[in-house]
Design a protein. Structure first.
Length: 284
């Protein structure tokens, strides 16, 4: 049976790989892009199986129109992939108010609104999959990308809560946390104006390492990441989180282990704040 996909950020990188793989297996795709010529070759090859919507993902009215068009044309939307996004690089003190607002608009508010637009259709059809493309940075944090982390952690919290709200309607959600991929992601990054005082700190060190990498040294193949995502949507039970890449596994495992150890070390302090705890110790 053909699935209908709605994929944002489909011009290049992971998004384009998802579009290609979905079409190759006979599915239908509504792709949201900003570069109107980015998918011309696929449109010529696959014809009416691919529709392309060209607009800024922050435009909620256009999002709703795209959702309505896909649902009207094909009668359903089986899978939504919120992939559109970019990284804002700079220490928290360096980034501007405008840069902060746009980072949250694109990386957090837009996927929330796309999800909200799709929910009525999926609820009506009593099922669907929503895939939120997060990052290993949705579980761990690095200097120079604090606002990117804030958006991804926010998206993950939103998704964990939403999962519980829509489960009765057969809608399942997966948070994808990939490691570094060899895409144009870094090339599309926005950089804050650096402050000299940070250059001899961890901020400066991390900034230099990032410049040296330029995306070419990242270990993961975006096509293989896309294949794993598509395979997850075929599973009867969607994974709540999908960590992809050895680098992502190591980073996320270390972050979660450290947080768990810190929590367990605070067990006595946590228990001591309850009213019953004080009463029991007075009685003893």
């Amino acid at each position: 049976m053909q699935n209908v996909w709605l994929i944002t950020g489909a011009s290049s990188g992971l998004g384009r790989q998802l579009v290609e793989l979905a079409l190759e297996r006979g599915d239908r795709v509504a792709a949201v892009i900003r570069n109107e010529r980015a998918l011309e070759d696929l449109q010529q090859q696959y014809g009416n199986a691919l529709t392309v919507e060209v607009f800024d993902i922050r435009n909620t009215d256009r999002i709703q129109q795209a959702v309505n068009s896909a649902a009207t044309a094909w009668g359903k939307i089986d899978v939504l992939v919120n992939n559109a996004g970019y990284v804002l690089r700079g220490a928290a003190e360096e980034v501007s108010d405008v840069q902060i607002e746009r980072q949250f608009e694109v990386n957090l508010l837009a996927p929330i609104q796309v999800t909200r637009c799709v929910l009525p259709q999926m609820r009506k059809q009593r099922g669907g999959r929503i895939v939120q493309i997060s990052s290993m940075g949705g579980q761990a944090a690095f200097p120079t990308v604090s606002l990117y982390h804030a958006a991804k952690w926010g998206l993950e919290g939103f998704t964990d809560a939403l999962r519980q709200e829509v489960a009765p309607f057969g809608i399942q959600l997966t948070i994808v946390e990939p490691g570094g991929m060899r895409t144009s992601f870094d090339a599309n990054a926005v950089h804050a104006e650096p402050i000299d005082a940070y250059e001899q700190t961890t901020v400066g060190l991390f900034r230099r390492k990032t410049r040296e990498a330029k995306g070419t040294k990242y270990p993961n193949d975006p096509r293989k990441i896309a294949q794993a995502i598509i395979a997850s949507t075929d599973a009867e039970v969607a994974p709540e989180r999908l960590v992809l890449g050895a680098d992502a596994y190591d980073v996320v495992h270390r972050a979660l282990s450290q947080r768990l150890a810190a929590l367990e070390a605070q067990e006595d302090a946590a228990m001591s704040t309850g009213l019953e705890y004080e009463a029991k110790h007075h009685a003893a």
